[in-house]
Design a protein around this ligand. Structure first.
Ligand code: G1P
Length: 299
């Protein structure tokens, strides 16, 4: 399989785009007033797991693409002066550390309003001025991936190997492919695939494979030119998948079938699975969580 040998040092992936403007219709009515990205998984919001995963992959700057009603996400990543003062006064240092541990360093996060719900491709395009002329990551905050080597880190490592655009994929049942972007694989080298194409939300029975685009991307900045065409695709939206398919005609593009357990937290059952699975894995909560779940299953 072709690998790109660059004479100059490969640009590091330093920035990540997190599109958080979505309405969260699959977890309504709870997401009516609480952004779905702030729904708790065990004891911290979904978006906190995503930021943690991005940091583990070396990300230094986070660009949130937000929208109306999503201001609480910005507040979550800021000091809560009264709360911190109260915890301090009461000597609750564990909680204080937990609250402060989530905070970014000054200037590490940017928040951009998408203003119109025109699709994932449009959301990513809104980050163009902040990203500038360097490779960047995209993480969709619906999906928590639990993996010993964090999912985006796997993708960044594959990017460092290939020097090319690369997206995370996972196998899904044939009956589910219509819900995703799906790739057409060409050559395979272990978990790394070269592709001949990709299609967003293929009609049932028409998917080119069962490898679904899973919400972690490393893209070269030329993607913004493709996104800037504002062409609409599946669902009448500006799709990131369509822009990637266009860029694939000009640049090498790979997919990485990552190792890890995926939880779609934008979905009721996925959110429930994430809560149960991640509570069971927690050293402090695992035994009590197991007792509680087993009791429920016996009832
Ligand atoms: C988006 C992407 C799709 C991808 C999916 C993963 O779709 O457009 O390619 O497979 O996320 O969750 P959405 O779920 O926003 O409709």
């Amino acid at each position: 399989m072709r690998e790109i040998l660059e004479t100059t040092a490969l640009a590091k992936v330093r920035k990540a785009v997190l599109p958080v403007a979505g309405l969260g219709t699959r977890v309504l009515p709870g997401s009516k007033t609480v952004p779905k990205e702030l729904l708790n998984v065990v004891d911290r919001p979904i978006v906190s797991y995503i930021v943690e995963e991005a940091r583990a992959a070396g990300i230094e700057h986070f660009v949130f693409i937000t929208g109306r009603g999503k201001g609480a996400i910005e507040d979550y990543f800021d000091h809560h002066v009264e709360l911190e003062a109260q915890l301090e006064a009461k000597g609750k240092t564990d909680l204080l550390d937990a609250v402060r541990g989530e905070l970014p360093r000054a200037g590490e996060m940017s928040f951009v309003r998408q203003m119109q719900p025109l699709g994932l491709g449009h959301a990513v395009w809104c980050a163009r001025d902040i990203i500038g002329d360097e490779p960047f990551a995209v993480l969709l905050p619906d999906v928590i991936v639990d993996a010993p080597n964090p999912c985006l880190k796997q993708v960044v490592e594959a990017y460092e190997r290939t020097g090319a655009n690369i997206i995370a994929v996972e196998e899904v049942p044939d009956s589910e492919t219509h819900k995703y972007g799906v790739i057409a694989p060409k050559n395979q080298d272990g978990r790394l695939y070269e592709m001949s194409g990709m299609v967003e939300k293929p009609a049932r029975g028409t998917a080119p494979s069962n490898l679904a685009i899973a919400g972690r991307y490393v893209l070269r900045p030329e993607i913004f030119a493709a996104l800037g065409r504002h062409e609409t695709g599946a669902g009448g939206e500006i799709q990131l998948t369509d822009a990637m398919a266009r860029l694939m005609a000009e640049q090498p593009f790979y997919a990485w079938r990552y190792e890890g357990d995926t939880y779609d937290c934008g979905d009721k059952i996925g959110l429930l699975r994430a809560n149960v699975a991640l509570a069971l894995k927690r050293p402090d909560l695992g035994p009590a969580a197991r007792t509680a779940v087993e009791a429920l299953l016996r009832a």
